[in-house]
Design a protein around this ligand. Structure first.
Ligand SMILES: [Zn+2]
Length: 111
């Protein structure tokens, strides 16, 4: 399996898990309003929080950059390439990595 295939499997798997959380939240709304519903809601929220941390860690392992503007961290997506350098952008805050100043600094040292 090459990296592109691994990324496709990763994206498909993450979508399936997100869909599962969505279904759990929909099912939770069908419960009567009582203490059990509050506890179930808290458990689903904690599980989703842990999933987002795991998702970010797996994405980082697959070569994505992580933005720390929020917690759990946000997965930055590859928006452009400058030479061999991939430029990633955070979908939440718009921050790019590597930052342009660092790119110019790096180029000054490599040329
Ligand atoms: Zn961000």
């Amino acid at each position: 399996m090459d990296k592109a295939e691994a990324l496709a499997f990763f994206a498909t798997g993450m979508k399936a898990i997100k869909d599962t959380f969505s279904a759990l939240k929909t099912a939770k709304e069908l419960l009567p309003d009582n203490r059990n519903k509050v506890e179930i809601s808290k458990t689903i929220d904690e599980a989703e929080h842990n999933f987002k941390i795991a998702e970010a860690q797996i994405a980082q392992g697959l070569g994505y950059e992580i933005c720390q503007c929020k917690f759990p961290p946000v997965i930055m997506t590859n928006v452009e390439n400058i030479g061999d350098t991939k430029i990633f952008k955070c979908p939440e805050c718009g921050k790019k990595f590597p930052e342009l100043d660092n790119m110019l600094f790096a180029k000054a040292y490599t040329t």
